[in-house]
Design a protein. Structure first.
Length: 107
């Protein structure tokens, strides 16, 4: 058997395998959503809907202007039901959500 054919075959298999692994990792990340029950999210006061934030506990919260879709850390597209948040490691959050790490978009 020609050694060049074995090497070429090996390289093609490695490239194909890497592509499959990358696609699988991305698909898994897209499905992982932050919930209010998540311990870390809970410690950050995370709510799926900004209207449900405890005003007594977070007096600076403003439901009209503070929601995930208006945060610098949110990278979902307008109209998406869920979008990735860099604060939660790229896990998906509701655009209507909120946490105490909210950083308003710069105008």
């Amino acid at each position: 058997m020609n050694p060049n054919e074995n090497r070429r075959s090996f390289v093609l298999k490695v490239i194909a395998g890497a592509g499959v692994m990358a696609a699988a990792a991305q698909a898994g990340a897209e499905e992982e959503k932050v919930t209010e029950a998540d311990p870390y999210a809970k410690s950050m006061g995370f709510k799926l809907d900004t209207k449900n934030v405890d005003a007594a506990r977070y007096p600076r919260h403003d439901a009209a202007t503070q929601q995930c879709s208006k945060c610098q850390l949110y990278s979902g597209k307008p109209g998406d039901a869920w979008g990735p948040c860099s604060f939660y490691g790229g896990r998906f959050v509701s655009p209507n959500g909120w946490c105490r790490n909210f950083k308003a978009l710069k105008a």
